[in-house]
Design a binder for this molecule. Sequence first.
Ligand code: NAD
Length: 269
Amino acid sequence: MSKTRIGVVGCAGRMGRMLIAEIAGSGDCIVAGGVEAPSSPNIGRDLGELAGIEPLGLAVGGDRAALFAASDVVIDFTVPAASVAHASLAAERGCALVIGTTGLDTAQAAALQAAAKRTPIVWAPNMSLGVTLMTDLVEHLARRLDAEFDIEILEMHHRHKIDAPSGTALALGQAAAAGRGIALDGVAQRTRDGQTGPRRSGDIGFATLRGGDVVGEHTVIFAAEGERVEISHRATSRRVFARGALRAARWVVGKPPALYDMKDVLALR
Ligand code: NAD
């Protein structure tokens, strides 16, 4: 069987470098190429050297159309505007796409939906098996624990992260809201400061910590009078996300056009 050709956009980023190493070491997939933002100082560098592995004889490029043409599937961990542009390029080329980028606004999410009418796209704010299962557990608990239980979501990430709350925290909030049969938008309490007054019953609260090199930590707390349930996930290596993205890439090639997430990839629906 021929190997799956995987292109990486944002290949010099924290996740991009991890992805190059993971694909190169996979055995059943090959690195089709890597593209960076036009202003990146890494354009021209060898992809393997950049990823801390042996040279691959492929240079970081800037031509995304050529990358999409040379790939069975492209993986994108970049920034929201770039991911939207890559989704429409994937749709034009009929190339499958895996997006891990977080922080997209409603219009940007709608643009992904539109592109996914023409090509299969997996988009998930967290590609780890642990968080995907945790999301299911949170929905289940929110369905079973009544409104006596206040739901609070705490997350911590490294100092470089540019969006807050994290895409994963918001997805956990969506899952909790779905368990309660309500929309998150109406109950999300994303910041608290000053004279807030008492907690509004039914709210889902978020607290964001940033610092150091923390890969990603999430805790969902269900707090009632006299007892508390907490579910936590701690990622200690970005490798879990890279491995999940690779799993999604293998899975999505040849699927019908639609917007999928990790629950589809892991057959949890
Ligand atoms: P990073 O800043 O280290 O890397 C992003 C890279 O994208 C940079 O190298 C940047 O130059 C590049 N880039 C920006 N615009 C581009 C363009 N137009 N074309 C090509 N490349 C472009 O960030 P990171 O820590 O790797 O995270 C990237 C995104 O992935 C963030 O949104 C983060 O929240 C998300 N993330 C998701 C998961 C998950 O499991 N889904 C896990 C980790 C990070």
